[in-house]
Design a protein around this ligand. Structure first.
Ligand code: MTE
Length: 398
């Protein structure tokens, strides 16, 4: 199949649009097709962050998943950082022309240019960004939406001015209760624009940023160049990319991506049941969760030392322990947590084990500082959000 794709890419008979249409909805690893990559890079309308095996979950709007084996560094290199777009990325982004307006329920609305942003005090936050739909494909029964596996999550050091400093300069009125972000996405047809809001308390938090940099370099286009909101510990959807408008509102923004999008049932739901909109709430902070980044599911290993390793995160809370089971959940042993740590960032973990011949089901289970522990079964919900059951890999030792 990958050979076919490369052949189609080379063929002058096929237009880019037709080619993309053929691929739309197909997931495959970018590494499998270097020709495709070269072709895509040349064209410019869709560029991929690297040739490093990112999983393409959607070509229509760029949606790239990080392979689980890449979730093994504390900071994710930008080319391996997952990408989630609801619509087309802005095709034109002239840094000279870019403006960020701050208005709404404020005393002194104003507009910032890109050259003015670095004059504000810069602040850095290492944040694990996870899409609310990460793990959606693992829910049973399956639910519609991008079928993310385990890798719609990554960690980076985000830097930029504090949102608070900008809001304070504008002077938030006492009527200001929510802060709305709008990006420069190109909205196809009648699709509603990607606009959401966060409560004023989170907007004024010292760690909520207007991020301009990721791992020390200016944001790339996929991640929101020239500036994005960074709402640490919250679902990725809160962190609006290609930011152009910040508006203080007297109430939560009303729109598709606040309702029915990104809402979670107030009560547990039987898998497959429907839920009334009034019985749901807007998603905010992330769940406690861990993934096993090695050994990979389905691997054959030789007897001897095996380092089971992975990452664990908990949104606004801290990871306090990760336990590993090599017998499908009958017994659990604590993993060793890596020393790199920061509020909102994942902890890497390792569990060393001397493997004898046999078949094994290895599980990981994280616990956080608020007492939350990953469940054996996920909380099913109609949109497949916040999947966080124990992670699992099966291996064969011989
Ligand atoms: N911002 C805009 N303007 N448009 C989008 O589609 N997607 C959101 C968020 N910000 C999105 C956006 C979602 S759902 C996620 S998970 C994160 O961006 C992903 O950020 P990343 O692509 O930098 O990983």
């Amino acid at each position: 199949m990958h050979g076919d794709i490369a052949a189609v890419a080379r063929s002058p008979m096929h237009s880019r649009r037709k080619f993309l249409k053929q691929l739309s909805g197909t997931a495959f690893a970018v590494t499998a097709s270097p020709t495709l990559l070269a072709w895509a890079a040349e064209g410019g309308s869709i560029g991929f962050p690297g040739e490093d095996g990112m999983i393409v979950r959607s070509f229509r709007f760029v949606d790239l998943e990080t392979p689980v084996e890449y979730l093994n560094t504390w900071l994710t290199p930008v080319p391996h950082f997952f990408v989630r777009n609801h619509m087309h990325e802005p095709s034109q982004l002239d840094p000279q022309e870019w403006r960020l307006s701050i208005g709404g329920e404020v005393d002194k609305p104003f507009v910032l240019t890109l050259s003015e942003l670095p004059k504000l005090e810069m602040h850095s936050v290492v944040n694990t960004l996870e899409c609310a739909g990460n793990g959606r494909s693992l829910h049973r029964p399956q639910v519609p939406g991008i079928q993310w596996g385990k890798g719609a999550v990554s960690t980076a050091r985000f830097s930029g001015p504090r949102l608070r400093d900008v809001l304070e300069r504008a002077g938030v009125k006492s009527t200001g209760k929510h802060v709305m972000f709008r990006g420069l996405d190109e909205v196809p047809g009648k699709v509603p624009a990607f606009i959401r809001s966060i409560p004023i308390e989170k907007a004024l938090d010292a760690d909520t940023l207007i991020a301009t940099h990721m791992n020390g370099a200016p944001l790339t286009k996929h991640h929101g160049f020239p500036a994005r909101a960074l709402v640490p510990g919250w679902i990725g959807a809160a962190s609006c990319k290609w930011l152009t408008d910040i508006k203080v509102l007297d109430a939560e923004f009303v729109g598709n991506f606040m309702s029915p999008g990104y809402r979670f049932p107030n009560q547990p739901v039987n898998p497959g049941d429907t839920v009334k909109p009034e019985d749901t709430h807007v998603l905010t902070g992330l769940n406690v969760k861990s993934v096993i980044s090695g050994p990979l599911d389905g691997t054959n290993l030789r007897p001897g030392k095996v380092a089971v390793h992975g990452a664990a995160w908990a949104g606004e809370a801290d990871i306090v322990r990760v336990d590993v089971s090599i017998d499908g959940g009958t017994t659990w042993k604590p993993a060793i947590l890596g020393h790199d740590q920061a509020r909102y960032a994942w902890r890497l973990w390792t569990y060393e084990w001397k493997a004898a011949a046999g078949d094994y089901v290895i599980l990981s289970r994280a616990t956080d500082s608020t007492g939350r522990t990953q469940p054996a079964t996920p909380a099913w919900n109609p949109s497949g959000y916040l999947y966080n059951a124990f992670d699992q890999v099966k291996i064969h030792v011989a």
